[in-house]
Design a protein around this ligand. Sequence first.
Ligand code: NAD
Length: 431
Amino acid sequence: MDIAVVGTGYVGLVTGTCLAETGCRVICVDTDIKKLDLLKNGIIPIYEPGLEPLFKRAFSQKRLSFTSKLDEAASFAQIIFLALPTPPKESGAADLSRVLSVSENLAQNIKTKKIIVNKSTVPVGTTMQAQKIFKKYGSPSVVVSNPEFLREGFAVEDFMKPDRIVVGTTDSEAREILERLYQPFVRQGNPIYFMSEESAELTKYAANSFLAMKISFMNEMARMAEKCGADIDDVRLAVGADERIGRRFLFPGIGFGGSCLPKDVQAITHMGRELGTPLRLAEAILEVNKTQIEFFLQKILSHFGNNISGRKFAIWGLSFKPDTDDVREAPALKVLEFLRKHNSSFAAFDPEAFQNAKNEFPELVEMIDMYETLKGADGLIICTEWSHFRNPDFNLIKKNLKCPVVFDGRNLYRPEFMKPMGFTYYSVGRP
Ligand code: NAD
């Protein structure tokens, strides 16, 4: 099948590459000329484990190509995926301008029936809104909702072997074509759920809100544990052993970030208000998340007698989670902002996300070695649980730090181990 993918970010590039892996010819469209230059030269502009071999194979065998010309891609393809950003507006609502303007552009130019598959996370009603645009221009194309559930860091794995695929359409031809397109990915029997466009759109928000709720819930429990002398790690393990609850997404920390959970919970909250069904739970998820980092930062301030002006800190981890270079809404950036506001300086290490963070904090100086960041620092702050940080050389940490204090926002170490090593150790929800 001939495919176009509009938007070559974390979702679009993975979608295009994985579809090309199954033999489809894929042309990816983007407006970012710098990104396109890299891609056209066979260079992947993002860090995503497992993407490179697939990309290189499809690219060298000419099943994957790139263009800035939407009309060229649209006339080539039978199926056109939209993987465009839907960032939050000031109000919290999802900004649909890119999805709708690309739809408008396609609708004006496509005169034969194409399947437009929207992978962007969009509020309920957007697919039908886009469909109306095609009708307005007399285009016979059909717009389908196909929310994406991949996780950055596991995007290729998730796309190749999805837990489920959700397709929102009432068009039988679109259903049949997508069923065929996705067959190679569901050979083990994982389901493709067909439903209405509205149900598909809501499924995505419901899934992300639920995941965010698990995190905020455990973060709130962690605060409680700190007050009452419990150990959140013990609580987490015992609670997660209940199959109805499950072990995953129960780790307390310094709040969730990334390009999806914060914006999607905001968007569904906004949708709820608009529809006259306020979503109290979703509002609380956001509130807990916003304050979780503040609790952590307060520990840093309190340790230094509420004055960190002139202090220097080492930061380990800048990405919003491990195995990605994505720093959108990363808690680490909030930590840097806080240090900057309090006139502290910092040196940071991240295996992949440094350059993206430096775009927002130009004062960052690249450190090749994570132990270099510690030299002359008044404390170490851990913001991302990269596996490199799990078993470090503690003696070297102590030797390099000016004061042996560690603020661990990801509970990487055991307090009973850190104390005898001579560290003052702060973590989340533990005695
Ligand atoms: P991204 O920002 O990484 O990539 C979007 C790409 O679209 C960029 O390369 C940008 O240059 C390009 N673009 C912007 N306007 C364009 C236009 N008019 N024409 C062509 N290209 C254009 O975004 P992403 O993280 O891939 O997310 C895309 C959508 O998928 C969002 O709605 C997001 O919520 C959703 N989603 C993301 C993830 C994830 O983990 N990142 C997971 C599931 C769903």
